[in-house]
Ligand binder design. Sequence first.
Ligand code: ATP
Length: 354
Amino acid sequence: MATVEYQRIGKSFGAFNIMRDISFQIEDHQFVVLLGPSGCGKTTLLRMTAGLESVTQGDLLISGRRVNDMHPRDRDIAMVFQNYALYPTMKVYENIAFSLEVAKQPPAEIKRRVEHAAEILNLTPYLQRYPKELSGGQRQRVAMGRAMVREAAVFLFDEPLSNLDAKLRAHMRTEIRQLHNRLKTTTIYVTHDQIEAMTMADKIVVMRAGKIEQMGTPDDVYDRPASKYVADFIGSSAINFLTGVVVADRGAPAAETKAGLIRLEPSLKVSTGQRVICGVRPTDVMVDPQGSIVARSLLIERMGHEAQLCCEGPEGQFLAIVDKSTHFDERTDVRFSIAPEKVHVFDATTENRV
Ligand code: ATP
């Protein structure tokens, strides 16, 4: 079992500095997801942890030991790659056993560990098959089995589900998290998929252009996004943003936007005249004939259990999740209300949460 600590980590490729001042700690048993769009540096940070990429600045500690200059095989980590990296000419058993053979483990110990991993991963019936004879999900489980038998202190996953179709991804998400609940191995998991992050992580590290934008539990980043960037990245239907100026409305602050007046929480630290961006999740918007926000209906997307009303607001698309039986004529003005405590307010200049 292990902790991982990043102390002011920086990374340059030649003259290009791509990462600065990354500091955070992963506790023993924690499942941490590095989340961010393509190019934000999450894979590089994972590869530095694995020892596949050098650390240019700062200290990287695994279980309190500085590992910056330590060879990957001495770091007590196991990595699962996006493309699984299975050996096509080896059967499943041999693929899982390979690292143990290289490490010259006794044959009886190799057999015990491979069979144990296969049992946990439901791979026992497939041990004598070749990777090409397996489904994508089974291949993914073999890749996990290879990591598991090494009994490493830290598991590193690099977008392990991106080659799978949507249904299998959802299934494997549950399997990986269940495996973690069982083994409790400290895990770092890289993805650009916010649903994976929200459903699997104990803690999410949201990255942006080589820096940490926010770190917290899934609830923290969803309920209290630290910036417009995080609010935009997290959430299944895209959050609505409305720009406005703070005014006083019956003793409480409100934002005067082009779509209408948005009442804000009385305790919010804003000043009259301040330019703000109000973030409102489609699930928090209510159709309300008395509401102060107006947008023009375009179409309703039926999603089975609910529907998404797509509107055109003064600042572009405006979405609301509505009851599936709701009907709206196209191109009519619809009024909405939003509870003040559901409005995420960001300063328009810094785009940080107020
Ligand atoms: P993706 O999801 O697309 O893999 P990422 O968030 O994992 O994205 P990285 O692969 O870590 O991002 O890359 C971060 C930045 O570092 C990018 O701007 C990338 O172009 C740059 N980079 C990565 N590897 C190298 C390299 N070997 N030489 C130069 N620049 C690199």
